[in-house]
Design a protein around this ligand. Structure first.
Ligand code: PMT
Length: 396
């Protein structure tokens, strides 16, 4: 996939710079033409000689480098590139790119670029969660910059939380996905994600622990594969993947309405949302008072089954269901696929999947079962999308 691809690998000043050496190695081994540019801070963490040896090319870090014939390093070094990847991208570097600052070679290359830019953030958890960093992240996403990670975990500073750079192999997978053939080009994909909230009274709801991560990963993977993606999302606190149209809903009924409206014009429907099966029959308009020790009964009624409705549509989209099970995955998944009449079903265990960054998925279709293995949700989503693309009728 990466053979001959012209990539500029930028390295900003973060301790994760040492992992960039492995990334450079993976990209070169996959056949990519890798040119490396480092910030001055990065050169203090890992020597440029390491990257020179790994990339077989000179390494660049000085805006005034006299090796560039016309002294226009910021133009020369990026014009023939198909992608710039900055890994690690520090909080400072993200801030610079978000605001168009260009005070060293790498930031100038990014501002002067014609090709897409991908950043793999890496920083301390507090720096990641800082309001300014989150604001800059939003600006970068709106500007179409591709963001890979970060993930939560142990950090070099001894703290734990979000801000850890993705592993080099995961960044390389993101780069491969960028260059992969657009197998869903021209297709409209409708995805649901997250939980729904069913009101009991003005302050209480029936809901579940879905974070939306799996559904958002599926939406992103479909967009990467070239599809026009609409994401109908329950209440979650996740950023919309770049290039995806998002519709926010709260209840299962609202999700149903949003899906019903868009399903007829969709080619594929992927139902990842953890839709509440039941809602309160008569939600109270006023806050329900404590019953002084007496038992309280809540009468429930069934919500519409959104996936079953779409799967039953005449000339409807190709339907992919998810099955979230706590036991007997194989048995329940097969039953669910048959009951809902689905060409494809992705089964996972709630204890692996709910709220986590990783998951384990098995696909079920007419040909049998296809384990996708265990991995980051985005990795699995890419495999799922690949499988879906292979099942769609090919244009003559
Ligand atoms: O959001 P995360 O924290 O990342 O967690 C991911 C996940 C566990 C929510 C996800 O991977 C998953 O399994 N989603 C399906 C959850 C679910 O509701 O499963 P189910 O077995 O109850 O439903 C089967 C299918 O019918 C699902 O595709 C569901 O979207 C759909 N459904 C269910 C009920 C309903 N009323 N309408 C529906 O469309």
């Amino acid at each position: 996939m990466l053979k001959g691809k012209r990539i500029l690998l930028g390295i900003a000043g973060g301790i994760a710079a040492y992992k960039a050496a492995m990334l450079a190695r993976l990209l070169v081994r996959a056949g990519a033409d890798v040119r490396v540019a480092m910030t001055e801070a990065a050169t203090r963490l890992v020597t440029p000689v390491t990257f020179q040896a790994l990339s077989n090319q000179p390494v660049w870090s000085d805006l005034w480098d006299q090796r560039v014939p016309d002294a226009m390093g910021h133009i020369e070094l990026s014009r023939d590139r198909e992608l710039i990847v900055v890994a690690p991208a520090s909080a400072d570097f993200m801030a610079k790119v978000a605001h168009g600052l260009a005070d060293d070679l790498l930031s100038t290359l990014c501002v002067a670029r014609r090709c897409p830019l991908m950043l793999a953030p890496a920083m301390n958890v507090e720096m990641w969660e800082n309001a300014a960093t989150q604001r800059n992240l939003g600006v970068l996403r709106d500007d179409g910059v591709l963001i890979e990670g970060p993930v939560a975990g142990d950090q070099a500073c001894g703290e734990t939380g979000y801000g850890r750079m993705l592993e080099p192999a995961q960044i390389a997978a993101g780069i491969e996905a960028f260059f992969a053939p657009k197998r869903l080009a021209g297709k409209r994909v409708l995805v649901t994600a997250g939980p729904t909230e069913e009101p009991i009274d003005p302050v209480r709801v029936l809901t579940n622990a879905s974070s939306g991560k799996m559904g958002y990963a599926v939406a992103r993977a479909a967009q990467e594969a070239g599809a026009e993606v609409t994401l109908v999302s329950g209440p979650v606190s996740l950023a919309t993947p770049a290039g995806v149209a998002r519709i926010d809903v709260r209840t299962a009924q609202e999700m149903f309405e949003a899906v019903k409206k868009r399903a007829p014009s969709s080619d594929v429907f992927i139902s990842v949302a953890a839709v509440a099966d039941y809602k309160a029959k008569n939600p109270s308009t006023q806050k329900i008072k404590k019953a002084n020790g007496r038992p309280v009964t809540l009468e429930l009624e069934e919500n519409p089954d959104i996936l079953a409705y779409v799967a039953g549509m005449k000339n409807g989209p190709f339907c992919v269901g998810f099955a979230a099970e706590s036991e007997k995955l194989d048995q329940h998944a097969k039953e669910k696929r048959a009951t809902k009449n689905l060409p494809l079903l992705a089964a996972n265990l709630v204890q692996d999947a709910l709220g986590a960054d990783t998951n384990s998925i098995v696909l079920y279709d007419d040909r049998g079962e296809h384990p996708l293995g265990t991995g980051a949700k985005l990795e699995l989503a890419r495999k799922l999308v690949e499988h879906v693309a292979g099942m769609l009728p090919q244009k003559k």
